[in-house]
Design a protein around this ligand. Structure first.
Ligand SMILES: C[S@@+](CC[C@H](N)C(=O)[O-])C[C@H]1O[C@@H](n2cnc3c(N)ncnc32)[C@H](O)[C@@H]1O
Length: 214
C-alpha cells in the first residue's frame, strides 16, 4: 500500500454536489455561506425587535406612541374639517405621514406635519416623495407643544389623553375663534365637540372669555 494516502475533495468523498456536500459536512465544519445566512437572519430579527421596542418606548418618552389612523377616520376628519383644494391643514404628531399624504393626495391640501421623532419624520418625507406629493407636504421635526398655531385654521391630531389638556389650553390660547380642530379618539377635557363621526371629534375654537394679550 502507498504511504501517501490520497486527500480527496468532499465532492469525491460523498459523491455529492458541493452545496450538498457542504450541508453534509456542516456538523463538523460550518460552511461560510450557511453562517453568513444565519448572521443576516439574526441581524434582521434583532433590527425588527429593536424597532418595535423603539416604537413602544418613544410613546412613553413623548406622551403619545404610534398608532396609525384608519382610512375611515381620515375620511371623517377631512369631512369635519371641510377640507378643500388649497387649504392648509396641520397634523400634530404626524407619525409616518399617513394623514399628511391622504390630505395632500385626496383633498389637494397643503399638509404640514409636526413630528418629534426624527426617524418617523424622515420616513414620512420619503413616503410623500414616493407618493408624488412632496411639494404639498411639509414635515417639521419639533415638539408639537412648541409650534405656534396662530394663523392655522384647520388642525388635526391623533395623540394621547395625556396631551389633551395642554393641547386644549394651547389651541384656546393661540388659534383664532371659529378655527376647526379635529381629534381622533381623545376628547378635550372641558370642551364639547361640535360634531362627532364615530370616534373622530370636531371642535370649533371658542371665543376666549377674557381678551387675549397681543
Ligand atoms: C398616534 S400617532 C399619529 C399618527 C398620524 N397622525 C397619522 O394619522 O398617521 C402619534 C404621533 O405623535 C407623535 N408625538 C407624540 N408626542 C409628540 C410631541 N410632543 N410632539 C410631536 N410629536 C409627538 C408620536 O411620535 C407619533 O408619531
Amino acid at each position: 500500500m502507498s504511504p501517501h494516502r490520497e486527500v480527496r475533495e468532499p465532492r469525491i468523498i460523498l459523491g455529492l454536489e458541493p452545496a450538498l456536500a457542504c450541508r453534509a459536512l456542516y456538523v463538523a465544519r460550518p460552511c461560510p455561506s450557511v453562517v453568513a445566512i444565519q448572521l443576516v437572519a439574526a441581524w434582521i430579527l434583532w433590527a425588527i425587535a429593536a424597532f418595535m421596542v423603539y416604537v413602544f418606548l418613544s410613546g412613553l418618552l413623548w406622551g403619545a406612541g404610534y398608532s396609525p389612523t384608519s382610512k375611515k377616520q381620515l375620511e371623517a376628519a377631512a369631512l369635519l374639517l371641510q377640507l378643500k383644494d388649497g387649504d392648509t391643514v396641520y397634523d400634530l404628531g404626524s407619525g409616518f405621514g399617513r394623514a399628511l399624504i391622504f390630505f395632500a393626495k385626496e383633498h389637494h391640501a397643503h399638509a404640514i406635519g409636526v413630528e418629534v421623532d426624527p426617524l418617523r419624520r424622515a420616513i414620512s418625507v420619503w413616503s410623500a416623495r414616493r407618493r408624488g406629493v412632496s411639494t404639498s407636504v411639509t414635515v417639521l421635526r419639533r415638539n408639537l407643544l412648541d409650534v405656534d398655531l396662530r394663523g392655522s385654521r384647520k388642525v388635526f391630531f391623533f395623540l394621547s389623553p395625556l396631551l389633551m389638556r395642554r393641547l386644549q389650553e394651547k389651541v384656546g390660547r393661540e388659534m383664532t375663534p371659529g378655527a376647526l380642530v379635529v381629534s381622533v379618539e381623545h376628547r378635550f377635557p372641558d370642551w364639547k365637540p361640535a360634531e362627532s363621526r364615530g370616534d373622530v371629534h370636531l371642535y370649533v375654537v371658542p371665543t376666549p372669555k377674557t381678551p387675549r394679550r397681543l
